[in-house]
Design a protein around this ligand. Sequence first.
Ligand SMILES: [Zn+2]
Ligand SMILES: [Zn+2]
Length: 352
Amino acid sequence: MDSIDFYVELGVPKGATHDEIRQAFKALARRYHPDRNPDDIPTQEKFQRITRAYEVLSDPEKRQQYDRLGPLYHLDKAPPTADELGKMVSETIGGFFKSHPRFRNGSNIETTLHLALPEVLGCSKDVTVLRGIICTPCSGTGAKTSADKIPCEECNGKGKKSRFFRSPCTACDGRGFRIHKRCAKCGGIGREERSDTLTINVPGGVQQGQILRIKGKGHASLGDKDNGDLLLTVQIRNHPLLERRGRDVYCEIPVLWNEAILGTSLTIPTVEGTTTIRIPPNTQTHQLFRLTGRGLPDANNQNRGDLHIRVIVELPSSLTPQQEQLMRTLVDELLPSQTPKRMDFENKLPSS
Ligand SMILES: [Zn+2]
Ligand SMILES: [Zn+2]
């Protein structure tokens, strides 16, 4: 299903004349042509969208079909699928009473906010988005000069269909005027997409997939409605050694057999970086050590969870003949009481 509104794309009202559509396309094509904007992918995508919109709206037959089907319209004239019809019905019922002019409203910007694990503690993060802002030369009217704003004859410049109905005039999309010559800067849309860098305060304890809403930082509204919002979906990058489980963080550490027996100091990873912990003598494999308060913060009270360190004793994968000899000498001198679990196991074995 095509969710692009071709009229919004060209910045023309639904009741635009053929000439208005042609002029809008010409002005926008000049503004967004790939030759003028090499290596600018968003601009090139915009150009493709306006070309597609013009292809449909400039052809009376296609336009009539598009007006009837709206988002169900397929460029290849294929009939809408059952899925699309179902979705359309629920959307129509949901939006039936919203009769305000569409393209003048500020829509939301949705993007992903990538965070490294330490940033989940809370951070300031710069996010660059392409925002539609009010065009300066035309102050958002889309007209080249104020003389190019011609009062709409359909609604007598009121922007509404009649005194009794509040639905907007389709000839001017509720603006009350039609445009003669279009603003060269924005192509008549009234908005310009500009790269904007915002510093976002990311609170501690955000969750994977959580959406942060920054009010009013979406696309600018051209009418009296609010600007759209910026919606950031949190994506936390995996750490090579640490695993998140809610507020707690887990790590498995390979400890050499001699270190486990004799004890050692080890550098381990933490959410912030690294720290050193003491592995006491005679540590067993899979033993857990807990570093209280070194996990991730709770979003509500900022209390931090714990860092759990699990020791995995690593045995040598092979021995030289000389090492093997030394090992046998060592084992021969071990007393059963030094390995109590094994002694207990053997005592409990049924006699055969
Ligand atoms: Zn009008
Ligand atoms: Zn402009």
